[in-house]
Design a protein around this ligand. Structure first.
Ligand code: PLP
Length: 394
């Protein structure tokens, strides 16, 4: 057998801090490595595998569509794309959709829409206010939007027109607003920065400020969408509606598909101004349709609320046994456990040994983002492993 980790070192660009596990197979919420060892997967393809691994709904859609039509160009109408467009739009507050292949690319679409809107309706305003600690992707424009120096610094100069202000602070948005501002772009909660949840009135204030100044509100629901936080979209819990919303991760349940959705007034592209070769091809859209149908028909968001609350309660119980646990926070099945010291690497390692995969979201915090079909008994199993691991390192 090849030493895959040596091959990686030799041939792959050195961009990922990988964990020492080579995964070869998955089923439900479990995966297996190249030595046959089984793991409970609470990373879930990075909040992507909403139906777990190799769910029949996904494999059937893939099988059928791959024998029918995989890719044509977007100069033709294709049926899976239009069926998914209808199902998505009919189940959210927005009016139109465009499909792309990654989250960053969907956010690029949102940024282009905001620029064009500013050009037409706001006297050429082009600046977008975003939050520090946010994550919007790895393209040049989306790292300019991402308010984290470590992602920006190696690549300056970045495209202009982005102002990063403190998250959860409406005054910071007000202070950054000028005649040049066309939009505010935010995550409903900051997933990549450790599951940071803003105060309950923050988004009401942001929405009011955008309305008063004619600005677009863009919500990046790439991580929070598709039922992850216990409602189909996180904005439903914020009590406000965005003008533009982006989706990716869970949308295809594992196939690369993303979307930018907009209200009619913000859907300002003219023919030829935006496009994508792969975006919304029949294969990924057939899977996206199957996934969204499953989520809607099986009450997945309600089950996420229940199992997510159970996971948080169990983590709170652990917190009372281990004094180095300082916080448990999350929404639905997007949860972080924070520690006093920078021990998340050790926690992850001890969990891997015992057959549980978690994400070290920060040096002092681990993140849980299991498939949305996870049940309480699997949470129990994960908690048993985590407790053992915490005992070992404490
Ligand atoms: C993952 C993520 C992105 C980037 O998505 P990619 O598919 O990796 O380009 C953007 N925004 C948020 C909130 C994300 O979680």
């Amino acid at each position: 057998m090849s030493d895959w980790q040596e091959l990686e070192k030799k041939y792959f660009m050195s961009t990922f801090k990988r964990l020492p596990v080579t995964l070869v197979r998955g089923q439900g919420i479990r995966v297996w490595d190249d030595k046959g060892k089984e793991y409970l997967d609470f990373v879930g393809g990075w909040a992507v595998n909403v139906l777990g691994h190799c769910h029949p709904v996904i494999t059937d859609a893939l099988n059928e569509q791959s024998r029918t039509l995989i890719q044509v160009s977007n100069q033709f109408y294709t049926i899976p794309q239009l069926r998914l467009a209808e199902l998505l739009v009919e189940n959210c507050c927005l009016d139109r959709v465009f499909f792309s292949s990654s989250g960053a690319e969907a956010n690029e679409g949102a940024i282009k829409l905001a620029r064009k809107y500013g050009r037409i309706h706001l006297d050429g305003a082009y600046e977008i206010i975003t939050a520090m600690g946010s994550f919007h992707g790895r393209t040049m424009a989306t790292i300019a939007a991402t308010g984290q120096r470590k992602f920006q610094e190696p690549f300056v100069p970045l495209p202009g027109g982005f102002i990063n202000v403190e998250y959860n602070n409406i005054e910071a948005i007000k202070a950054a607003t000028s005649a040049l501002t066309c939009a505010v772009m935010l995550e409903p909660l900051q997933g990549e920065n450790g599951v940071n949840i803003p105060d309950s009135d923050y988004f009401h204030e942001v929405r009011k400020w955008c309305d008063r100044n004619g600005l677009l509100l863009i919500l990046d629901e790439i991580q929070t969408g598709m039922g992850r936080t216990g409602t189909l979209f996180a904005y439903e819990q914020l009590g406000i509606e965005p003008d533009i919303m982006t989706l990716a991760k869970g949308l295809g349940g594992g196939v690369p598909i993303a979307a930018v959705l907009a209200r009619e007034k913000a859907a300002v592209f003219s023919p030829g101004e935006h496009g994508s070769t792969f975006g919304g091809n029949p294969l990924v859209c057939a899977v996206g349709y199957a996934v969204l149908s499953f989520i809607l028909e099986n009450g997945v968001p309600a089950s996420v609320r229940e199992v997510g609350a159970y996971l948080m309660a169990e983590l709170d119980r652990l917190r009372s046994s281990f004094d180095f646990i300082t916080d448990v926070r999350g929404r639905g099945l997007l949860v972080a456990l924070e520690f006093e010291g920078e021990i998340s690497g050790k926690v992850i390692e001890a969990c891997i040994e015992r057959g549980l995969l978690l994400n070290p979201v920060k040096p002092n915090a681990v993140r849980f983002m299991p498939p949305l079909i996870t049940r309480k008994k699997e949470v129990d199993e994960a908690m048993g492993i985590l407790k053992d691991a915490l005992i070992q390192i404490s």
